[in-house]
Design a protein around this ligand. Structure first.
Ligand code: ADP
Length: 376
């Protein structure tokens, strides 16, 4: 016979949390679902928030892994209980953070964010698991509404901006003919500000589409080496302060979206320039390994402190320290880049050291590689 409260307190002691009864009271009052499993994965404790989330009360000691009626992944595929996040965390003996859908017996679906944590004894054996599960259904609905709003606003702003850009270009041509240099310089500045605005609106639109899983991409075969050289050449034209240096040119064919890949590279390069104001070089390296191609953009600028480096791919995340206040930006470029690379089956990551510089990487699966080993 399972005694819910004492077993739970015993489980907590394994984790070194002590035996104070107030822990139990605290967990019972939490608005977050919390439950525990024993070493055989039987449910041994759950708090009232878990019952609310599941819409049912599981039988202690007789049900396994999770008290929900049914579980699905975010793509709507049924997930058996012995493959749920708690099961993976316990079987693989590691902490997890995972989103999923929980179905209540009345059919209602709730979106959850689960934090299953195996509990281990001193010798490292898994003695059970504690899972904290947050119901994020309402938060996700609000995010979707916000994304839809952003998509509509960005879309509506684009049409008038396109015609303003057209007029600015006509004006520029006319002023070039009449030879009025100071007016021409103003028209050029106007056009470059319109381009900036267009870029910002496109970024908001992409971000809104990413949030609702609608970021479109068209895969075709192309040579990444050629694309990198083209993009580097174009971005080089936008800066007088930095030299963009390709360490190695690799000829490698990918099946991916060419435009989106160059968007990621442009983001890496423009960030490298922007966040290294006192440096004069940005290095671009490309190499192949195990069926994939890796591209790295290295700068010698501000760098990012350890505590923030893992967060730069989050939506709207901007590093906060006294130096970064001087740089304009919205914190969407890397978020969109990460989504693009993930959608194309690749990976994206960063290595950085404060005050030394950063290396931003992406990798994509490749079709075949001819490592020419050219250096520039
Ligand atoms: P934005 O540059 O518009 O703020 P990004 O999504 O491109 O947005 O970057 C997110 C944040 O990551 C930036 O605000 C900056 O703090 C940090 N970051 C990005 N690239 C670099 C870099 N090369 N060096 C240092 N910090 C960087």
């Amino acid at each position: 016979m399972i005694n819910r409260d004492t077993d739970f307190l015993e489980a907590l002691q394994i984790d070194g949390m002590g035996d104070n009864i107030s822990y139990l009271e605290l967990i019972k009052r939490l608005p977050v679902a919390v439950y525990t499993l024993d070493e055989k994965a039987r449910i041994t404790f759950f708090n009232p928030a878990a019952v609310t989330l599941w819409g049912r009360t599981p039988v202690l000691g007789e049900e396994f892994w999770c008290g929900s009626y049914r579980m699905y992944n975010l793509e709507g595929k049924w997930v058996p209980h012995d493959e749920c996040p708690a099961a993976i965390a316990m079987k693989e003996s590691r902490f997890l953070k995972a989103e999923a859908m929980v179905q209540r017996p009345d059919g209602e679906m709730r979106q959850i964010l689960a934090y299953p944590q195996p509990m281990k004894s001193a010798d490292g054996t898994v003695k059970g698991l504690i899972n904290a599960v947050v119901d994020i259904t309402e938060r996700k609905a609000l995010e979707r509404q916000k994304d839809e709003f952003m998509a509509v606003v960005s879309h509506e702003l684009k049409s008038p901006l396109t015609s303003v850009k057209g007029y600015a270009q006509i004006l520029k041509k006319k002023l070039a003919v009449t030879g009025d240099d100071s007016m021409l310089a103003m028209a050029e500045k106007m056009e470059s500000q319109i381009n900036r605005l267009t870029y910002l609106i496109d970024t908001f639109l992409d971000s809104a589409k990413t949030g609702s899983g609608q970021l479109e991409h068209t895969n075709k075969e192309f040579d990444l080496g050629v694309l990198i050289s083209e993009v580097v050449e174009n971005v080089q034209m936008t800066t007088d302060t930095h030299q963009l240096k390709q360490i190695k040119v690799v000829s490698v064919n990918l099946i991916a979206d060419k435009e989106r890949t160059s968007q990621v590279l442009i983001n890496f390069l423009t960030n490298a320039i922007k966040y290294s104001p006192d440096a004069s070089q940005v290095l671009i390296n490309t190499y192949t390994e195990e069926g994939k191609v890796v591209c790295c953009v290295e700068d010698f600028g501000l760098g990012i402190q350890k505590s923030q480096v893992g967060r730069v791919f989050e939506k709207f995340y901007r590093v906060s320290n006294e130096k970064s206040f001087n740089f304009s930006g919205v914190g969407l470029g890397l978020y969109i880049s990460a989504e693009i690379i993930k959608q194309m089956g690749g990976e994206i990551w960063v290595e950085s050291e404060l005050d030394k510089g950063s290396k931003f990487y992406f990798s994509l699966p490749c079709v075949m590689a001819n490592d020419t080993g050219n250096t520039n």
